[in-house]
Ligand binder design. Structure first.
Ligand SMILES: Nc1ncnc2c1ncn2[C@@H]1O[C@H](COP(=O)(O)OP(=O)(O)O)[C@@H](O)[C@H]1O
Ligand SMILES: [Mg+2]
Length: 362
């Protein structure tokens, strides 16, 4: 972690549309060169926050600084940022070259400099041979790259991307994730991407802010969000989770004693403070299924298999557990076998190491 001054500093920013609070007292510092994601379900305020950074929306309260400058009253074209929109608008009647050159022409960049800058931007997105084409002669992925080149040619300090991959099909979306990361490394500027797709955020971002109804729930690197979610919302939104409600019964020496609904007392390692009602959770891939009651220091529940979902590489086994809550266990299909060894109706134990228990305070 560097102690470099943030390139973007969002301080206690709120945005109201009439009675709707779209963004609610959000504070985020983003470092220069970071690939940062705003992640959350539809309607949680991601686009509104991005539009306030770009200057397309005013803030109702709070301050935004970009590169050390307060942005209050600064118009979009005076900000050192550029935005790639969700519906990546390219001009259909212009060639790829002219699309990219357009932004330079309107700001009065001399003609002899334009060609070089446009070619440089096109080569960044691997479209150097496509300058003469029209957008309708391009694939969806190529049109998206034109939109990226158009934004990059202005040499912004920060690139803002609103769901940039949402219009692409699944395979292309995955390929473009790698492209965007590569592109960000090669230009070295800060990227802020908005997405509702947790896989997208986890696979690309250095850090992500998880948003819920206008509020930021947690800001952390992907691994931290997945393995140490700070509450029920983040645990549930990032990946799959099995969750039980519980009450803290005691805490000492890095261990938490919890009374779990429908299960009784369990002891799990936990360093932070915890009190009152909490959630106790475990990721499906961190559980083990067994016919016999597992021995040793594990948390174990009895259950009956109610569904087996086959995904090729893995299967998801759903169990009705004794607690009344359904649990999922993920099983890697690591041998070539067509028939599942687990079938609906099997009585099994599902267990996990205490250290794999997530303690969810919020
Ligand atoms: N111009 C607007 N006028 C009124 N309400 C708006 C406007 N823009 C967004 N909202 C509301 O603000 C909330 C957040 O919207 P948005 O930022 O688009 O969410 P997201 O991008 O996360 O899907 C939603 O409830 C939305 O309906
Ligand atoms: Mg949006």
């Amino acid at each position: 972690m560097t102690d470099a001054k943030p390139i973007i500093s969002i301080r206690n920013v709120t945005k109201r549309f009439g009675s709707v609070v779209a963004v609610d007292n959000v504070s985020i510092d983003i470092r220069p060169g970071e690939f940062f994601a705003l992640l959350g379900p539809s309607g949680c305020g991601k686009t509104t926050l991005l539009r306030m950074l770009a200057g397309f929306e005013t803030t109702s309260e709070g301050e935004i600084e970009i590169d050390g400058q307060p942005m209050f009253g600064v118009s979009p074209n005076k900000r050192p940022v550029n935005m790639v929109f969700q519906s990546y608008a390219v001009f259909p009647h212009m060639t790829v070259f002219d699309n990219v050159a357009y932004g330079l022409k309107v700001t009065g960049v001399p003609k002899n400099e334009i060609t070089g800058q446009v070619n440089e931007a096109l080569s960044l997105v691997h479209l150097e041979d496509y300058g003469r084409r029209k957008p309708d002669q391009l694939s969806g992925g190529q049109r998206q790259r034109v939109a990226l080149a158009r934004a990059l040619v202005k040499k912004p300090k920060v690139l803002l991307l609103d769901e940039p991959l949402s219009a692409l099909d699944a395979k292309l979306r995955e390929a473009m994730r790698l492209e965007l990361v590569r592109l960000q490394h090669s230009v070295g500027i800060t990227f802020i991407i908005v997405t509702h797709d947790q896989d997208e955020a986890l696979s690309m971002a250095d850090r992500a802010a998880v948003m819920d109804r206008g509020v930021v729930r947690q800001i952390a690197p992907p691994g931290e969000l997945y393995e140490h979610p700070n509450g029920r919302f983040v645990a549930d939104f990032i990946g799959k989770v099995n969750m039980l409600e519980a009450k803290v019964a005691g805490q000492s020496g890095g261990e938490l004693v919890v009374e779990v609904n429908g299960m009784g007392r369990i002891v799990v390692p936990h360093d932070g403070a915890a009190a009152g009602d909490i959630g106790i959770a475990v990721r499906p891939e961190k559980t083990i299924l067994s016919a016999d009651k597992p021995g040793g220091d594990v948390v174990a529940l009895k259950g009956k298999v109610c569904d087996v979902a086959y995904y090729g590489n893995e299967s998801h086994i759903l169990l009705d557990t004794d607690t009344g809550v359904q649990f999922t266990s993920t099983v890697q299909n690591d041998a070539r076998r067509v028939e599942s060894s687990v079938v609906i109706g099997d009585n099994l134990w599902i267990s996990w190491a205490p250290g794999n228990t997530l303690v969810l305070a919020e």
